[in-house]
Design a protein around this ligand. Structure first.
Ligand SMILES: [Zn+2]
Length: 336
């Protein structure tokens, strides 16, 4: 486990040493983002200063057993930390992202009334049968009312709590990679969550909604770092100081070499964290200025909380670096 403070400015993360008073203030009002190491999937829990929590995705693999385990463990984690689940943000309807949500809800975690679910509107969310239909049935039978908010070619700004707002936006189409995007703002801090998407979709969103919705201290790298996502033009607009990716070593969940290079281009001094190396990635911020930047704390926990139960692993950096690949033919990712 390692913990350190960082001062984040555009495209740059630097070690920071806040004094005792600031550390106390920081501990008392913080937003926390916890990307769990779930292996071949993604699950990110956001805890707000008011003890409410949002879950961005929640899935591990394409089978049922791991997703069932993850859902139960997420519910236990919420209870243990005295967090109340206020919103679900399933980025796109793939099992490795949303497969654990039904078992999470079935385990009866503390929920706000209503529970809100934000999602993109496309046909892949409306199959006549199968696990997505079953998830919707679980939601429909909850004792708590649920408010579905669906977006298509639209942007919605939500006030979350004191100092926190959320900007949701989505494009259109029937492609499962038309993920809903979320930019969170907490005082001066901004974080961008991108689901799984391809460079063309990211660029369309950037053109439609503009740089103000993309700029962020922290970029959740799209599609686990696949070559087909994380357009250079988007990286150049986001200017993140920290990039985080939910990764494993299999095809489709790997932070590929060219994606990593796009994150490192143009003299950026950003930190890149990925779950297959770092375990659970925990970021905290009070959203306030610190020496010309914004103060964050990074805590890396390996092995991560759910790793053993999910059969996920962390590996030495050299092993992961040696296994990096590049998938060819994504000119729309390279062009600026
Ligand atoms: Zn995925």
């Amino acid at each position: 486990m390692s913990t350190e403070y960082l001062k984040l400015t555009e495209s740059k993360a630097q070690t920071a040493h806040p004094g005792a008073a600031r550390r106390t203030k920081f501990a008392n009002s913080q937003l926390e983002v916890r990307m769990f190491n779930v292996g071949d999937g993604e699950a990110i829990l956001i805890a707000f200063p008011n003890r409410r929590a949002w879950l961005v995705d929640g899935g591990s693999g394409n089978g049922n057993a791991k997703n069932q385990t993850l859902g139960q463990q997420l519910a236990a984690h919420l209870r243990q930390r005295n967090l109340t689940l206020e919103a679900l943000i399933p980025s796109h309807p793939h099992k490795d992202h949303v497969g654990a949500v039904a078992s999470l809800l079935a385990a009866g975690p503390p929920l706000t009334n209503p529970l809100t679910i934000y999602r993109s509107e496309d046909a892949t969310w409306n199959p006549p049968s199968g696990w997505i239909k079953e998830l919707k049935d679980v939601v429909a039978n909850l004792p708590t009312p649920v408010n579905w908010v669906t977006l298509q070619n639209a942007h919605r700004e939500i006030s979350v709590t004191d100092g926190v707002s959320a900007h949701f936006f989505a494009g259109s189409g029937d492609d499962a990679y038309t993920s809903i995007f979320l930019q969170l703002r907490f005082h001066q801090a901004q974080l961008l969550f991108t689901g799984d998407s391809h460079c063309g979709y990211e660029r369309d969103l950037l053109d439609s909604f503009g740089e103000a919705d993309f700029r962020a201290d922290v970029l959740k790298v799209t599609h686990h770092g696949s070559s087909s996502g994380t357009a250079q033009r988007v990286v150049n607009s986001v200017k993140p100081a920290i990039a985080i990716a939910s990764t494993a070593l299999d095809d489709g969940h790997r932070l590929e070499a060219d994606t990593l290079q796009r994150l490192r281009n143009n003299g950026a001094q950003r930190r890149v964290f990925e779950t297959v190396i770092d375990g659970d990635i925990i970021l905290r911020t009070d959203g306030e200025a610190f020496g010309g930047g914004v103060l964050y704390q990074v805590e890396l926990v390996a092995p991560g909380l759910f790793e053993a139960a999910l059969g996920a692993t962390t590996l030495p950096r050299a092993t992961v670096d040696a296994a990096r690949t590049t998938s060819p033919n994504h000119p729309e990712c390279v062009a600026t």
